[in-house]
Design a protein around this ligand. Structure first.
Ligand SMILES: NC(=O)c1ccc[n+]([C@@H]2O[C@H](COP(=O)([O-])OP(=O)(O)OC[C@H]3O[C@@H](n4cnc5c(N)ncnc54)[C@H](O)[C@@H]3O)[C@@H](O)[C@H]2O)c1
Length: 255
């Protein structure tokens, strides 16, 4: 699906980014991984615009073009709003939101020269709802969706599509800590209609679709990959009210 396409993937040393890089390579793409750690082609920090420029320049020098960009580098905080250090807020916004912007900007300049491209930004269900105890992460991921929509409008005329993915709970090093207790997975089964946590391959499949010509007319969307979790959650939260509503409506044919 990506034969001979040139792809750059951030956060490629771990979890979802790594899975996407491997999947794209198995679909014929020439993939360059970027990360601040681990075994990747280019080491750098998404918070540093010079690192981002250097990475994009390096891919251009080696490959002559960039067809696909995936922004998967991310961190999140878990904490108390009353005591959260402002440095933590700054860092989570810088990695998830600013880093995504820097990469989109740098890659788009070359994609325009090359006649087009596809950008896939990894947001989160936290970009769609308010997650408790994660204010910076939630704000940053909402920001990624706003950025994606804005860029879809600005870059569309240059043949560049920009879409986001909103993963639900995906088992990766980022979320591994939740799985230490068996009760967590049991609880997950009851709130996720698919009955399981996601795996990185679930997100890689969606990224492959959005990066490929299969999604040629898809631009500016946020694709939720959460096993139906958000759909279930919104209903479960209002279940009492909903059942009252449904019962009330069953009597419409009555006297
Ligand atoms: N795992 C989930 O349940 C889940 C759910 C929704 C969204 N996401 C998002 O998916 C993306 C990938 O998450 P993951 O679960 O694979 O996490 P992960 O921790 O396994 O991988 C994240 C990668 O980003 C890299 N990274 C972090 N800060 C960086 C920086 N400043 N510069 C360069 N690289 C940096 C890390 O080194 C790491 O390799 C993130 O944006 C995350 O917010 C994950």
């Amino acid at each position: 699906m990506l034969k001979n396409r040139v792809a750059l993937v951030t956060g490629a040393a771990s979890g979802i980014g790594r899975e996407i890089a491997e999947r794209f390579a198995s679909e014929g793409a020439r993939v360059t991984g970027f990360d601040r750690a681990g075994e990747v082609a280019i080491r750098g920090d998404v918070r540093v615009p010079e690192d981002v420029e250097r990475a994009v320049d390096q891919v251009m020098a080696a490959e002559g073009r960039i067809d696909v960009l995936v922004c998967s580098a991310g961190v999140r905080e878990i904490g108390d709003i009353y005591t959260m250090p402002t440095e933590e807020w700054d860092n989570v916004i810088a990695v998830n939101l600013c880093g995504t912007f820097y990469f989109c900007q740098a890659a788009a300049r070359w994609m325009r020269e090359g006649g087009g491209g596809a950008i896939v930004n990894i947001s989160s269900v936290g970009g769609l709802i308010g997650l408790a105890r994660r204010p910076a992460y939630t704000a940053a991921k909402h920001g990624v969706i706003g950025l994606t929509k804005s860029l879809a409008r600005d870059l569309g005329p240059a043949g560049i599509r920009v879409n986001a993915i909103c993963p639900g709970l995906i088992r990766t090093p980022l979320t591994e800590q939740y799985f230490v207790e068996d009760a967590f997975e049991e609880g997950l089964r009851s709130i996720v209609p698919q009955g399981r946590a996601g795996v990185a391959a679930d997100v890689a499949d969606a990224a492959l679709y959005l990066a490929s010509d299969q999604s040629a007319y898809v631009n500016g969307v946020s694709l939720t990959v959460d096993g139906g979790w958000l759909a279930e959650k919104s209903f479960a939260a209002g279940e009492a009210a909903a059942s009252t509503f449904l019962a009330a409506n069953e009597t419409v044919d009555g006297p």
